[in-house]
Write a protein that binds this ligand. Sequence first.
Ligand code: PXG
Length: 292
Amino acid sequence: MSLKICINGKFYDKEKARISVFDHGLLYGDGVFEGIRSYSGLIFRLKQHIDRLYNSAKAIRLNIPINKEKMTREVISTLKKNKLTNAYIRLVVTRGVGDLGLDPRKCPHPTYFIITDRIKLYPQEFYENGLHIVTAKTKRHLPEALDPRIKSLNYLNNILAKINAIDAGVEEAIMLTHEEYVTECTGDNIFMIKNSRLITPPSELGALEGITQDAVIEIARKNKIHVSEKKIKVKDLYGADECFLTGTAAELIPVVKIDNRKIGTGNPGPITEFLTLEFHKLTKKDGVRYRI
Ligand code: PXG
């Protein structure tokens, strides 16, 4: 059976799911999105994802044509339609069809669509042996220009940094502010551990407020692991005992080398392993349940 895509509330076969070339999501990256996971029929932190989507939309003055409750129901019905219990959900809202100019007033009807698919994961060896990453040459753009807390369709800043990673032969790159503070990676938040304390950069510097990041902070606090949001530099990361990334697709992934420098022992560390186990437990109980 062909995958069914929900566009503006109607289902289309994957091959027939089409968006206009006049859609400003395509012409200008004018829109917002979410990436969500479901685990054994449980959508992980769906409410937080829906809230973040509507907050991102508000920040770019985009009125989503349906309310949060209806959007939640449509996500669930798309999963059911595709009989997926373990899925990656991509929820996108664009400014909609307009003319060739920038003017959002020419786009009276925002477009939304929901893709549910099987999840493509990082190879297992990265979880077992850890990831190598580099510092991106491309700087994070300024929050005053386009706030990275908005999960917009405009990901070129991240993609340019991702190309830096690819050029260096690794999977991810750390994005720094103009003052050389660490923000996050191209599609994941970053944590370091020093003397059993967990540190992650504050989102105000220029990072997405990650839902996985938030879950990890919660787990750490529950388990009496000290957590703080602190400005850090790459040299602080070099001296860390452990380092890991978080994201909906990656979950928690250990980092063992940064710019060719070994982090800690050069193997995934014990606190990272503990938090990963606890995160997996959380995905089995924290979410919105649906039945196919
Ligand atoms: N930072 C950025 C810039 C992201 O795009 C995260 C952090 C992690 O946030 P969550 O809420 O997921 O814990 C993201 C989200 C992909 C992919 O296919 C990854 C994301 C978004 C879109 C695609 O790798 N990560």
